[in-house]
Ligand binder design. Sequence first.
Ligand code: URA
Length: 434
Amino acid sequence: MNEPFDAVDVIVTKRDGGRLSDAQVDWVLDAYTRGVVADEQMSALAMAILLNGMDRAEIARWTAAMIASGERMDFSGLSRPTADKHSTGGVGDKITLPLAPLVAVFGVAVPQLSGRGLGHTGGTLDKLESIPGWRAALSNDEMMRQLEDVGAVICAAGTGLAPADRKLYALRDVTGTVEAIPLIASSIMSKKIAEGTGSLVLDVKVGSGAFMKDAERAGELARTMVELGTDAGVRTVALLTDMAVPLGLTAGNALEVRESVEVLAGGGPADVVELTVALAREMLDAAGRPDADPAAALADGRAMDVWRRMIAAQGGDPDAELPVAREREQVVAEADGVLTTLDAYAVGVAAWRLGAGRARKEDPVQAGAGVELHARPGDRVRAGQPLLTLHTDTPERFGRAREALAGGVVVSPDAAAAASPAPRALVLDRVAAG
Ligand code: URA
């Protein structure tokens, strides 16, 4: 095939701070997917984008070209509007589990295509796979039927959506170019737009346990994604939420399912309930149900009814006992005082090392492994009081998990605690189309 561009010219344009034309963007992503642009050339271009950025129209075109590399799903045949949520990932972030059935209570279909965890943040599919019998892989027909009958589906994203992104993301991972905001935004949004949801709520996490450690960059990512969704005709809103501290009191697969079921039963930790309700309100509003009362549907068991049907429809037994790790160890307070630090990243790495997460994408995870928290920042504790319980099937992992927690769990004497800053609000900001 006679190629209309030369990869080196495209790289040099971006290296020198220029903008790529629509035709260059379309060609470079298509040629990369075909193997005509080599990995080392795409690496150089990704680095030039990281260093010099892209303007709004360039990012939109880049996203459209990634969508065009694969299939698009179409939910327009459903009798209900659709709404989806995407979280940029955090520690203890089990919100999808109660949120999808909660939104479906109000006649809004939730097609939640999810992934597995890699690194210190957990994956929604890993969590649900701790439920005996539950299966993540659904055909498009099964997904449509479940959306019509139950209203909510959480399943694995097929390989047909934005294949250019899969190839590029793997390359970015090994070339120090994951952090480029245009590339993150287009990666996330190409998959969500190709999925075909009518509205989308983004939960952009900020803090040590998140991908974006500072609020300024998280805000820029949120604005870029809201613009991309809006330009593509998807009603898109983003909340910036705190990820300096883990969400709820558990990090780990079956531990998080148990906590989600507590929330669906009308209990559970206050922060998990608060964020679930805040995101549900945004999804319902975006899907044209502004008068719905998600807090009531969580408290009175309607969301639990949908959860049970959603799990059963995918072969899971909602009444089955969840797996429990074979071994436990407690981390206790060494002195009286106030818990001033409970660092999300430290807890995430500890849960990962205990076996809840994987280092390579083909590794198995332990369903019962993870960290259970017994205190939150601001709580007064006594010497010897348990702060955390570590769970694993493989006790040789306890040592490395404790190392990960060093400096991340701090009990301060009263005077020092009084001088330390108050915990941040959970919802830090909201970004909508301007
Ligand atoms: N998640 C994605 O899907 N893509 C990125 O680039 C980063 C996070």
